[in-house]
Design a protein around this ligand. Sequence first.
Ligand code: TRP
Ligand code: SF4
Length: 362
Amino acid sequence: MLDPWTADAFDYDKLVKQFGIKNFQDELVKIKNPNRLMRRRVIFGHRDFNNISDLINTNKQFAVVTGMMPSGQIHIGHKMVVDQLIWYQNNGGKLSLPIADLEAYAARGISFEKGKQLAVNEYLTNYIALGLDVEKDVNIYLQSQNKILSDLSFRASMKANFSELKAIYGFTPSTNLAHVNAPLSQVADILIPQLEEYGGPINTVVPVGIDQDPHLRLTRDITSKLHEEFGFLTPSSTYHRFITGLTGGKMSSSKPKTAIYLNDETKDAVKKLKSAKTGGRESLQEQKQLGGKPDECVIFELLVYHLIEDDEKLREIKEECLSGTLLCGDCKNRTCQLLEDFLDDLHEKQIESREIAQTIFD
Ligand code: TRP
Ligand code: SF4
């Protein structure tokens, strides 16, 4: 069972096998200008992405849906989604970005008021500061305020029953009904761009973390049952890995020591990174002899996911680490500098972005 609300450890290969997710590698070769996360296998799996790569390669339009559940602080792991959205926006994708305040209420007890405030100040402000153009034909809405969404969600619920939801999510007779209901809103989120009022059936991709796959299985099943009535096309999806937290486990919105929050003071973030776990050896001598372990290193992962764009440069660092010529102290200092530059620049951009974000729901 893969539970989207409590999942924390992932065996990616096993999930791919168990749930019939396809390896992204097969699609990667078809895409003309894959983005950093695709090239580096951070995006590792997909369902039916071939429908989308064909459209990208022929410059045709498609829809992109991914939601944000406003339950806490946004961290550098969330930047992954934004980078993908920007790439899609530049490659023919028409974006729809639900704010899952219903889900945040059902799963985390966050009030609608608080959810909206987090959506604006944490999520949207940073999405814009990171480079997303929210004025370019993007549909951003709060689930709780969207009548089209609630109607579609209601109609979707006609096509699912309790046994199916129980099989997918592990619900029990004591699960409260808001929790049972929330996934149906997500199904509707994913299908909204295909309604006549938004232009009718269109191929859609949902770029998400692997914990969201249960929602895609439900959506794809319901879509086929609504096909006759609405003409909906089955949505595609991609799955990315999660960034490791600074203490080795999961990077978490609610555990400050594990995360670099985008709204952290730069000096605090750098301090956290300075004490992060590396893939270095016990002693300097051992490091020189055996080399480091970049694949088990939080510092290297940050470089891979976010801080170095140039593949060649990244390869050099990996080789130097493996051969023992690069020492963790130096490598860490350099990474801290990159993080400092990134956050200082982001914080400057947040000032204007916050003003734009605050107008979105007015
Ligand atoms: N459930 C998602 C999360 O926890 C948020 C979400 C809501 C979503 N609606 C969506 C994701 C539609 C993808 C598509 O982050
Ligand atoms: Fe990690 Fe850098 Fe040390 Fe290698 S040298 S283990 S990449 S910190």
